[in-house]
Design a protein around this ligand. Structure first.
Ligand code: PLP
Length: 422
């Protein structure tokens, strides 16, 4: 099936006289005929459903759909993108371990890595994604357990050289985790380029309508956990009757371990109703992504020619630093454009406050055009040095092109630039 068809049909095939639309199973628990049967599910939790902190039929439909869209062996939804990123790493790293991450990542992720994971004893070693391979290799330590990057970084819009990072990670016998929120599987399938684990904030394009906060972890099933560096995958788990994840679940070891250990203990599973809403968004994902790319390309070309814009970052423009990588990895440059308004921080704020159609909100990748000033909003917790490392100028605006008619979006930009000029 092509991706448009998978978006509509993967994960749920109703049988005779079954509901056409994925049912919302709003139940915390599942009933059994005997205590022995419940006991057997405790012994082998993948056997059937036991409690909606581990798995729920509505959420499972979405998990199966996203796994198929990415080409993975399994997926686990989480209650936010942050939870997906957190669990993707906690499934590999314990106190005393480290992981390597590129610097051009979402500001909330920087905070998670630099502050919260550090407090848990897990060190993030940052690397510039444009650095040469030798320099990136040198960042690894004996305790490094993973590599992390964003396919299309929020908001720096740098394109990750996935093959380069997969090659480096694999040389150190660790997996590459890619946050592919801005690309979605419609524009890039990171597993095809060697990534091992993909995470998404489903709150963004996957949902697309700004109606649910969610995340997902997808396992390619390709990473070899038996090198000896990941004993948690191959030695008996005392919290699950001595289960050996690789021995029992083979290629799905990572994603089943994440569910059995981490979802059980952290409980960041989405509600069935949220999964239902997410599924509605996923049904039109392929169609929407194409139109986001079309609209954003036109807006980017308008901005590139605008005298109020100091600099524009959009990897769909031939002059952009990420253009060559975008041509290689992406089937379209997605709908988010970052640009620097002339007049610095004040110019950007005047521009934003004047807009009438685009909403000033902490969101991105919505069906409606929305705009954000990273330096004073999402990334305000970063130091000047961290802002620079993440590629964020104080005058930078992140403009998320929606699906309104593109001429209306450009008319609104003109109102904003008139105000920015003063
Ligand atoms: N990853 C990226 C690239 C994001 O843009 C975001 C949020 O903006 C997140 C992760 C976190 O996702 P959530 O807001 O769903 O927790």
């Amino acid at each position: 099936m092509k991706i448009e068809t998978k978006c509509l049909h993967a994960g749920y095939t109703p049988g005779n006289a079954q509901p056409r639309v994925v049912p919302i199973v709003q139940s915390t628990t599942y009933v059994y005929d005997s205590t022995e049967e419940v006991a057997s599910v405790f012994d082998e939790p993948t056997k059937s459903l036991i409690y909606s902190r581990f798995a729920n039929p509505t959420v499972m439909v979405v998990e199966a759909k996203i796994a198929e869209l990415e080409g993975g062996v399994g997926a686990m939804c989480t209650s936010s993108g942050q939870a997906a990123t957190l669990l993707s790493l906690l499934n590999l790293c314990s106190a005393g371990d480290s992981f390597v991450s590129t610097t051009a990542i979402y500001g909330g992720t920087v905070n998670l890595f630099s502050i919260t994971l550090k407090r848990l004893g897990i060190e993030c070693i940052y690397v510039d994604q444009d650095a040469g391979e030798a320099e990136i290799h040198a960042a690894f330590k004996a305790n490094t357990k993973a590599v992390f990057g964003e396919t299309l970084a929020n908001p720096a819009l740098k394109v990750l050289d996935i093959e380069k990072f997969a090659r480096i990670a694999h040389a150190h016998r660790v997996p590459l985790i890619v946050d592919s929120t801005f690309a979605t599987p419609v524009l890039c399938k990171p597993f095809e380029f060697g990534a091992d684990i993909v995470v998404h904030s489903t709150s963004k394009y996957m949902d697309g309508h700004a109606v649910q906060v969610g995340g997902v972890i997808v396992d390619s099933g390709n990473f070899d956990w038996t090198s000896g560096d990941f004993p948690d995958f191959t030695e008996p788990d005392p919290s699950y009757h001595g289960i050996d994840y690789v021995g029992t679940y083979g290629k799905a070891a990572y994603i089943i371990k994440a569910r059995m250990q981490l979802m059980r203990d952290f409980g960041v599973y989405p509600a069935a109703h949220s999964a239902f809403l997410l599924n509605l968004g996923l049904e039109t994902l392929a169609v929407r992504m194409k139109q986001y790319c079309v609209n954003a390309q036109i807006v980017a070309e308008y901005l590139a020619a605008c005298d109020c814009v100091e600099k524009i970052i959009y990897p769909g423009l031939p002059g952009d630093a990420g253009y060559a990588l975008a041509q290689k990895y992406l089937k379209g440059a997605s709908g988010v454009i970052s640009f620097i308004v002339k007049g610095g921080r004040e110019g950007a704020v005047r521009f934003m406050n004047a807009l009438e159609l685009a909403s000033n909100e902490v969101h991105v990748a919505d069906i409606r055009t929305c705009v954000l000033h990273p330096a004073s909003e999402t990334h305000r917790q970063l130091t000047e040095e961290q802002l620079a490392a993440a590629g964020i100028d104080p005058g930078m605006v992140r403009f998320s092109v929606g699906l309104e008619h593109v001429e209306d979006i450009i008319a609104d930009l003109e109102i904003g630039f008139k105000a920015a000029r003063g």
